[in-house]
Design a protein around this ligand. Structure first.
Ligand code: AMP
Ligand code: MN
Ligand code: MN
Ligand code: MN
Length: 281
């Protein structure tokens, strides 16, 4: 069974429509596919129709932006929580996602001001041209503008020099809290999955504290095989899943041609002793 439970469309910062991502998933041999746009579910209906028309099983998903603090006084780390098998019609989930999306506009204005101070004017208008969903202005859209403006060769290079901590265009932002995101996902009938746990700037002890809190809040799964992990991280987070008794997920985090290392369905399989998050679907 080829399962890919993490991908993006133009409803957030992907480059392709729901239908186009579905076709990529089918071409990659995917049997069960989830679309998981950032803080947004409006691509799901079209994705489901396309997937089912192609003979794939579809899973309604979302990737929620969270700010987590190890201590109340910490500056906070952005962590992504994937919700799978959610009911997109759930009112509390929709209200929560809308609230997170609304913070993005003011953040984008601050990012553009910071870039202007660094000698790069016009970034807000430039980024908006790439945001098909006006409610979801993302750093990826700023990255595409910075490539267009000749500031980097590709979006990957942008994130090395801009838009990340300590670099021009980075601003601190408060997303949802971990308990909020867990409540929205679980309240909508979904299962909460820690996205790409190897990508966060947390030491081992802090990441352990995060997993403890996640588990206490009913968290049951982490991504082990993801397009964001190295081979060493596949092994490390497989071991974390064993230690915490988490189920394991697999997802390419596909954003579109030229912006993703791994096409849908192309990751290695999960280690066979782990319990896949889809085991009882
Ligand atoms: P945002 O939610 O607006 O902060 O944007 C986050 C998105 O930016 C992620 O979901 C990725 O698509 C992209 N991104 C963040 N960091 C990097 C990176 N180092 N390389 C490539 N893309 C990145
Ligand atoms: Mn993204
Ligand atoms: Mn993510
Ligand atoms: Mn993602």
């Amino acid at each position: 069974m080829n399962v890919d439970l993490h991908s993006h469309s133009i409803a957030s910062d992907g480059l392709l429509t729901s239908e186009e991502v579905a076709a990529r998933a089918r071409d990659g041999g995917v049997d069960i596919w989830a679309l998981t746009d950032h803080d947004e579910t409006k691509g799901l209906a079209a994705a489901r129709a396309a997937a089912e028309g192609m003979g794939m099983r579809f899973v309604d998903g979302v990737e929620i932006s969270v700010t987590w603090r190890a201590q109340p006084a910490d500056k906070g780390t952005t962590i992504h929580m994937v919700g799978l098998q959610i009911d997109p019609a759930n009112a509390a989930l929709q209200a929560g996602l809308k609230q997170i999306r609304s913070g993005r506009d003011e953040r984008a204005e601050r990012m553009a001001r910071d870039l202007e101070i660094a000698g790069i004017p016009g970034a807000l208008e430039g980024a908006k041209k790439y945001a098909i969903n006006p409610e979801l202005l993302s750093r990826s859209h700023f990255a595409r503008f910075l490539v267009e403006a000749g500031k980097a060769r590709n979006t990957h290079q942008v994130f090395g020099n801009f838009l990340t901590e300590g670099k021009p265009g980075y601003v601190v932002h408060q997303w949802a809290t971990l308990p909020e995101a867990m409540e929205w996902i679980r309240g909508a009938g979904g299962v909460a999955v820690v996205a790409h746990p190897g990508r966060y700037r947390l030491g081992g002890q802090q990441l352990g504290q995060f997993f403890d809190e996640f588990k206490d809040l009913g968290g049951a799964a982490i991504e082990v095989m993801t397009g964001s992990h190295t081979v060493e991280q596949y092994n490390h987070f497989a071991e974390v899943a064993r230690c915490y008794d988490f189920m394991a997920s697999r997802g390419s985090d596909y954003h579109g041609p030229g912006e993703s290392r791994i096409e849908p369905g192309q990751l290695p399989p999960l280690p066979s002793d782990l319990t896949p998050v889809w085991h009882d679907w």
